[in-house]
Structure formats: C-alpha cells, structure tokens
Design a protein around this ligand. Structure first.
Ligand SMILES: Nc1nc2c(ncn2[C@@H]2O[C@H](COP(=O)(O)OP(=O)(O)OP(=O)(O)O)[C@@H](O)[C@H]2O)c(=O)[nH]1
Ligand SMILES: [Mg+2]
Length: 241
C-alpha cells in the first residue's frame, strides 16, 4: 500500500514538471524527442549520425541540443559533443530512467549561453532500459523506440508499454540481417499488434541506410511544431489589434 502511494506521488510531481517543460517547449517552438531502447540498440550512434547530417539534410541554421542519460559515465556526451551542438550528460547514479526534474535542470545549464535563442530540436537519449523510462513524462512531443535486430522479434510483445506510447519505431542494425535469425516483418507486425498506428523506419548507423527517412521525419515534425506556434502568434496578434 505504502509503496503504491509513494510511486503515485513521485509520478504526479514528475507530471507537474513535465507540464512546465511542455509549456516552455511550446512557447519556444522546440520539438522534443525522447529516445528509448534497451542498452546498446544504437541510440547514441543514431544521434551521432543525426547531428552529423542535420546541417546538410535539414538546414544549416537548425538549432539542436542533446541531453543524454546514463547510470554512470559521460561516454555518450563525449561522443555526441563532437558535432558543434550543446550536449549535456545526465548521470542518474543508479536510476534506470530520466525524470522531468533532471531534464529541466540540465536543460537550463545546457542552454545558458543561448538565452533568447531559438531551439528547434531537443534530443533526449534516455537511460538504456525498455521498461522504466516509459512511465516518466519528460514534456516531450514524441517518444521514439529503437529496437535492433539482435534483440529478437518478440520484444514489442514482451515489453508492450513503450511500443504503445512510441510514435515511431526505429528498427536499427539492419546491416546485420544477413547474419542473425531475425524477421523484420514479424517484428513490425508484433509492434503493430501492440500499437497499430506506430510508424517504422529501418536504419543502419553503419551503412547509413534509412537515415534520410529519419531526418525527414524529424524535419517534418519540427516544422509542424514551429508552424503551429507561428499560427498561434499570428492569432494572438490579430486578437490584440
Ligand atoms: N552493425 C551495427 N552496429 C551498430 C549500429 N548502431 C549501433 N551499433 C553498434 O552498437 C553498439 C552500441 O551502440 P550505442 O550507440 O552505444 O547504443 P546505445 O543505445 O546508445 O547504448 P546505451 O547508451 O548504452 O544504452 C556500438 O558498438 C555501435 O557501434 C548499426 O546500425 N549496425
Ligand atoms: Mg547511448
């Protein structure tokens, strides 16, 4: 009984901070994406490729930042810090997920040198875990689940929570398909059994396959977010006249 009560309180405090973050992302037109997967599916590799491709595939003025979560080490922040975008490591010291408070405090620190500047996309790499991060709202616009072909087709059925909540499934490491007994059609069917509307992009961070589709998805989502904010601002201006 006590355990359930405490868990409820922690989650409701988290929801309040997440709502504040969501409002701030809304005001600034920031598209925030929360990447969730098992350890080693390729979240950091995907972000490394994404940051390298952003200026060419989307546009040179695209403002992006990354918060990357791990239980220990700043390895991922060091990998991601090479691309000229602000990056902060969040070390959770044992926690198997990021929470909204961690995001809020590290985001401020990450953007202090960019006050009043636009932020188009915030990438949040969650701690490698297919279960715990699912329950914590970070104020993001979209959760994206990364499943790699070495994990087995049954994972959407065994860990349905994240596949239900994710808008997009990245099916990564497809370059390894010739070497592992993995049927991508079955994995996708399993994901859609849990969440019929989930979008799927097959990628390889090694060969670059599918990465342009991923960049196009990001660009489309970031543009819709900005357009919605601009329409809202125009509306307010009209009402104010
Ligand atoms: N063959 C192949 N290897 C990949 C691919 N993407 C990532 N890897 C490798 O998979 C391993 C783990 O990749 P990471 O990007 O560190 O995975 P991660 O999800 O960030 O891991 P955590 O942050 O520890 O949860 C590394 O050795 C990568 O080089 C891919 O598309 N194909
Ligand atoms: Mg990583």
């Amino acid at each position: 009984m006590t355990r359930i009560g405490l868990e409820k309180k922690v989650l409701s405090e988290n929801d309040q901070i997440a709502a504040r973050l969501r409002e701030s992302f809304g005001q600034h037109g920031t598209f925030a994406v929360n990447l969730i997967s098992s350890p080693g599916s390729g979240k950091t590799s995907l972000l490394e490729k994404t940051l390298a491709m952003l200026p060419h595939e989307i546009n040179q003025d695209m403002r992006a930042a990354v918060l990357t979560g791990d239980i220990q080490t700043d390895n991922d922040a060091r990998r991601l810090g090479r691309y000229g975008y602000p990056v902060r490591q969040i070390t959770t010291a044992g926690a198997c997920h990021l929470d909204a408070r961690m995001v809020e405090s590290h985001l401020e620190e990450c953007l202090t040198d960019r006050v009043n500047e636009r932020l188009d996309i915030l990438f949040i790499e969650n701690v490698g875990n297919l279960v715990c991060p699912t329950s914590y709202d970070l104020g993001e616009d979209a959760k994206v689940v990364v499943l790699s072909v070495t994990e087995g087709e049954d994972k959407p059925l065994k860990y349905p929570g994240i596949f239900r909540k994710a808008e997009l499934m990245i099916l990564n490491k497809i370059d390894l398909l010739p070497y592992v007994p993995f049927d991508p059609r079955l994995a996708i069917a399993n994901a859609r059994q849990i969440h019929p509307g989930i979008e799927v992009i097959e990628t390889s961070c090694t060969t670059g396959a599918g990465l342009s589709r991923w960049l196009a998805w990001l660009s489309g989502r970031a543009a819709s977010k900005r357009a919605a904010i601009e329409a809202q601002e125009a509306n307010h201006a009209l009402i104010g006249q």
